[in-house]
Design a protein around this ligand. Sequence first.
Ligand code: FES
Length: 196
Amino acid sequence: MTDNRDFTRRHFLTAATAVTGGVGLVAVAVPFVASFAPSARAYALGAPVEVDISKVEPGAMIKVVWRGRVIMIVHRTDDMLTRLATIEDELADPASLESEQPQFATNPQRSLKPEILVVEGVCTHLGCVPIARFEVGPADLGSDWPGGFFCPCHGSKFDLAGRIYSGFPAPTNLRVPPHSFVTENIVLIGADIGAT
Ligand code: FES
């Protein structure tokens, strides 16, 4: 039992510190993990997970694990939000009509707060973990790339709200998990609005 708990905690910490994209992320990850890591039992049961996002800088992303799934939390800048509106013609489901998310996330930002995106890091094609590619116009993604997520397995591209571009294998937008804000900077993953 002890071994399993140790393994589960090690697994959780490994996933939680797998932070990519943005700036200053390593500095964010360490206190973050220490402050919210749930018990092994809560983790195993898939209980809601509280995440302190107070140290996630604008433009940065952290990852946590809930119910065995990677959850990506992005603090979007005003510029990132502005870019969302410029590419809707290129998206397969810009209004998220065919995609999975709580009702509150059917807006263009797919979020409760415009600046905070909470989305599953699970490609809707075959389940790979998309990579954060927030930079604008990198050589490998093209000069018109406005930032978003790129799936390394079969090349699906998602925007900064997890919406899939047309013509790629992933059939729908990245899923938004149920979540809510307990306080200004504490997100509860796994519990929808009204639940605590
Ligand atoms: S698993 Fe992402 S494109 Fe295939």
